[in-house]
Design a binder for this molecule. Structure first.
Ligand code: 2DT
Length: 212
């Protein structure tokens, strides 16, 4: 019998919610319990497309807003063959940001609607679970200053949060809201429990297509 597929698990949330820390802890916990797991992140700044995106985020270059949106999407599509291969081999992938960040960040800019922003990502591998790390702007502010990269301002982050809330109304995606104001260990425990459920369910299900 072919091996059981891994689950595609995504962590989303506004800045300072602890996504990267939690992705790493989840992968570690899964591996320690004998489940193959790897972390990925978007944007993946290591590819040629990713380097264009990275220069834009670091404000070393300017790109037209539609153009950079499509580059973020292309950066996901270029990794789809690898994502599918890993999942088929039975490895669970824990991904730090995915198409939801893509849509939330671009649609928070003037002149963009959710619908246009979603189109380029239609048909991507559909996550088995998307956890949104919820943190109020006030709590985020307590965790320190924003960085120097593009988008790292409280006004823009509030607009992004609203767009995520709109996206979370879509019942075709398996969303879970996680209270990120708790301690790192408590948040981890919550995420680990949700993930184990998703891994068990995904084993017997085909990988879906996002927003299709
Ligand atoms: P980090 O590398 O610190 O996560 O910041 N973004 C991300 C987009 O605008 N579109 C996308 O498709 C994705 C995945 C969010 C990356 C920044 O890039 C934004 C913050």
């Amino acid at each position: 019998m072919a091996c059981k597929r891994g689950a595609l698990i995504v962590l989303e949330g506004v800045d300072k919610a602890g996504k990267t820390t939690q992705c790493k802890k989840l992968v570690q916990a899964l591996q320690q319990s004998g489940r193959p797991a790897e972390m990925m992140r978007f944007p993946d700044r290591t590819t040629t497309i990713g380097q264009l995106i990275s220069a834009y985020l670091e404000k070393k270059s300017d790109l037209e807003d539609h153009t950079v949106h499509l580059l973020f999407s292309a950066n996901r599509w270029e990794l789809v063959p690898l994502i599918k291969k890993k999942l088929e081999q039975g490895t669970t992938l824990v991904i730090d940001r995915y198409a939801f960040s893509g849509v939330a960040f671009t649609s928070a800019k003037p002149g963009f609607c959710l619908d246009w922003c979603m189109k380029p990502d239609v048909g991507l591998p559909k996550p088995d679970l998307v956890m949104f790390l919820q943190l109020s702007p006030a709590e985020a502010a307590l965790r320190g200053q924003f960085g120097e990269e593009r988008y790292e301002t409280s006004v823009f982050q509030k607009a992004v949060q609203q767009k995520f809330e709109q996206l979370m109304k879509d019942p075709s995606v398996n969303w879970r809201v996680i209270d990120a104001s708790q301690s790192v260990e408590d948040v981890h425990e919550n995420i680990r429990t949700q993930s184990l459920n998703a891994i068990n369910t995904a084993e017997n299900q085909q990988l879906g297509e996002l927003w299709k």
